[in-house]
Design a protein around this ligand. Structure first.
Ligand code: TNX
Length: 484
């Protein structure tokens, strides 16, 4: 059993002596990749040194022939470990980093950290690998409780460790506004609030740029979410002009949803959407802008549909691709729009299938499997449970193509876990909700269904624990795993 999550396409254990990886010398196509590889090796307790006696070469090389036989997946890679050294090949840089992540997990878990004196014996193996879906992500609510740049970088490191490519940041909601918008500087007034009150904050334009650069270096794209036309109390608290009676709303620090809204016919509304979406699009390096659309409980569908049409049009005018929560299917849907499924609502499945026929594609975030803010069990202190209790196995045992009856498999764009922070206030609490379940969702997104195996996954999860401990990553010791 090799301790890999997500499980690769092909793992060929070699009948050959293992590699002792005490010290490594990295050869890479560029300095940025060499640094990232060195960072991973050091985290695993390997000394990184100049080439020399007793120093193992770890060679990263661009090679179109890498990956599983016949695969043209742009993320594919091959990792070869022999007693003499390590060779990673891939057609693109991202695949080389995937190979390094795999190597990092192969360094024996018992020697997971720097300073650990144990032997770093890596089995001789050839791994050929490529993901099932390109869209593999985590959605992270930094509104309900504020998590700043340091925490967000830690979450980038975590998602990257599981080879995820998207970090979707939920940046606006009833309780707070978390991103500087240069054309609307007043929005900062709505940053200093969160669930339960207390001091909070927001990302400046510079913070946001630096975060995107940090993530991009690790092949993670930040997808910003500006939630409208509901979940909007932070904005109506700042701009009374956006409300029906022209009066600013009170700050909100509770956890109810669905009460706040914009008004389509209000002349202040469209300029607000244009300013906010325009600035966010201009600041965002990735291709996508998420414009929410969830849980507007006080609006007729005709008006809601106008918001969907307008927000999507503005996003496209700025050269980006719009994403909505699944409610976006109630509006007109253009080809290429992404819809994010979250709530099991059988009566809406026909609408989702129709949206897919119009060219929409679905990101699967089913609450009962992928919502990592759900409690593990009724006794769990943290979390909500509107979508049920989500134990590790619930996060593991599902197939994205079987979530919406009648949806064609080609209409599934990929998979996102989600963590909402109504009950989560610290980094340790956050990580204990994400780990170990994020590994399960990552495997759903990466590994072909016929290669998944719950018992093997449990064992591979247990094997990660020493590295998580060494890295200071809190995790929940679910009884579904025999933890070391
Ligand atoms: C539903 S998921 C919401 C969020 C809550 C979450 C809590 C979605 C699109 N909306 O506003 O934070 O449930 O689990």
């Amino acid at each position: 059993m090799l301790p890999l999550i997500p499980w690769p396409t092909a793992v060929d254990a070699q009948d050959a002596p293992p590699l002792t990886l005490d010290a490594a010398h990295v050869v890479a196509p560029d300095a940025a990749l060499a640094d990232l590889a060195a960072e991973q090796l050091v985290a695993a307790g390997v000394r990184v040194a100049e080439a020399g006696d007793g120093v193992t070469p770890v060679v990263l090389r661009v090679d179109d022939a890498a990956g599983p036989a016949g695969s043209d997946n742009p993320e594919r890679y091959t990792l070869r470990v022999t007693a003499e050294g390590v060779e990673a090949t891939a057609p693109e840089r991202v695949g080389l980093l995937h190979a390094v992540r795999t190597l990092r997990q192969l360094v024996p878990a018992a020697t997971g950290g720097p300073g650990d004196a144990g032997t770093r014996e890596v089995p001789a193996v050839v791994v050929h690998d490529a993901p099932r879906y390109a869209w593999r992500g985590l959605s992270f609510d930094v509104v309900r409780h504020w998590f700043g740049p340091d925490d967000i970088r830690a979450v980038v490191d975590l998602v990257a460790a599981f080879k995820l490519r998207v970090l979707h940041l939920h940046l606006t909601d009833d309780q707070g506004w978390r991103l500087e918008v240069p054309s609307r500087p007043e929005l900062e007034k709505a940053s200093d609030n969160q669930v339960g009150g207390g001091t909070a904050g927001f990302l400046t334009v510079d913070d946001y740029r630096a975060l995107q650069e940090y993530a991009a270096a690790r092949f993670v794209t930040i997808v910003p979410e500006f939630d409208m036309p509901g979940h909007i109390n932070a904005a109506t608290h700042v701009y009374g002009s956006l409300t029906k009676d022209g009066l600013a709303t009170d700050p909100y620090d509770g956890i109810e949803v669905g009460f706040s809204r914009l008004w389509f016919d209000n002349p202040a509304t469209e300029p607000f959407l244009r300013d906010v979406i325009g600035d966010i699009a201009a600041m965002t390096h990735g291709q996508w802008v998420h414009v929410g659309g969830d849980e507007v409980h006080t609006m007729e569908v005709e008006e809601f549909a106008k918001f969907v049409e307008l927000a999507a049009r503005i996003v496209r005018e700025h050269g980006k691709t719009p994403i909505f929560w699944q409610e976006g299917a109630r509006g007109p849907v253009e080809p290429g729009t992404l819809l994010q499924y979250w709530e099991p609502k059988g009566e809406e499945f026909d609408r989702f299938v129709a949206a897919a026929r119009s060219g929409a594609r679905f990101i699967m975030s089913p609450g009962n499997h992928a919502y990592l803010d759900m409690k593990y069990t009724p006794e769990h202190e943290l979390g909500l449970h509107w979508a049920g209790y989500v134990e590790l196995r619930d996060s593991y045992d599902w197939d994205p193509t079987a979530v919406i009856d009648g949806l064609s498999t080609e209409s599934v764009e990929g998979v996102e876990a989600a963590v909402w922070t109504e009950t989560i206030t610290t980094r340790d609490e956050l990580f204990s909700m994400l780990l170990p379940r994020l590994g399960a969702v990552a495997e759903v997104a990466w590994t072909a269904p016929e290669r998944k195996d719950w018992d093997a996954f449990r064992a591979r999860t247990a094997a990660q624990a020493p590295a998580w401990r060494a890295g200071g990553w809190a995790f929940h010791q679910t009884p579904q795993v025999d933890w070391p």
